[in-house]
Design a protein around this ligand. Sequence first.
Ligand SMILES: [Ca+2]
Ligand SMILES: [Ca+2]
Length: 338
Amino acid sequence: MKSRRLVLVPAAALAFTACAAEETATPRTAPVTSATTTLAPETTVATTVPPETTTTAVDTTTTAPTTAPPTTQPEPPSGTPSADAAPIFAGSDLGAWLYIGRWTGSAWEGSFDEAGDAIVPEIASNGGVTISSAQATPADGESGPLAESCFDGRTGPVITPNAGAPDPPGFGYSAIATTAEWNLRPRQVADVDADIQAYVDAGVAAFASDDVETQAGEVDQIVVADLDGDGDTEALVVFGDESESEGDTVDPGFSGLLLIDTDTGEATTVAKSFIPLSFPEGETPVFDNYRVLDVADLNGDGLMEIVVHTWYYEGAGVDVYTYDGSSTTEVLSTGCGS
Ligand SMILES: [Ca+2]
Ligand SMILES: [Ca+2]
């Protein structure tokens, strides 16, 4: 079965269009991603699309990692978003930070307007920001003047301190920054290094109907947090074979982001992408790799969003998903690519 996420286009056709297209009504990543809602282990409701996106119950009762006991009892989520606006940026070790979009105070707004023009972010020079990533406790930073954040002419603020180099392959984004003044992290977030066969099994199941070599897949990242504040921990698991296309060769590969309820073991595919083992001669397919960039409450409602770093061939981006306790929804998506 072919994934709707598969992009079969000549490499040259990717030039620039990848960037500009992402924030339109049909973002590059949207068709691919999925939110499969599990009401019960035997009841699977695909809220958006792909029938191949499976929900699999795995036994994590004895092996699932959990966050360390919180030092203070977290407040239950208010469920009411903040009325304050909060622009979001993604940064690395290079210059200006890329504007991702913002919570306006009443809705999510991407980084391009309806006409397809880049929105110039609203942020004060010499203003305070919070810098956050899945690997680090949120910390204070400072915004500077706007500068070029992508070669297509978009601008974003220079923010100090720089976010540092991203994980391999070393391009893309490694942290976010926002002017939000509420608690970005109402509950603990932990990037854990663990070898959990049940998560491998869940990853294999997520790609079971796709033309990929699932046995080549590995668990690349596990981030655990109680996203919705219901007392049960979710595990965000990146599973795949991240061999990457280089030069004129195309190596099949795949990557998926799963959300696994560590209490019930139910796994939901948040996003997945792959190059099939068999693809038409002359085509230059690409696929997105995923990494959890951060888990943070970006609209002040007490529910933490999933911030995902994506990258492919010669481009990288950031997607933001909400999670309401049963399903995920992509609310922001942008990137910079060639
Ligand atoms: Ca939870
Ligand atoms: Ca939130």
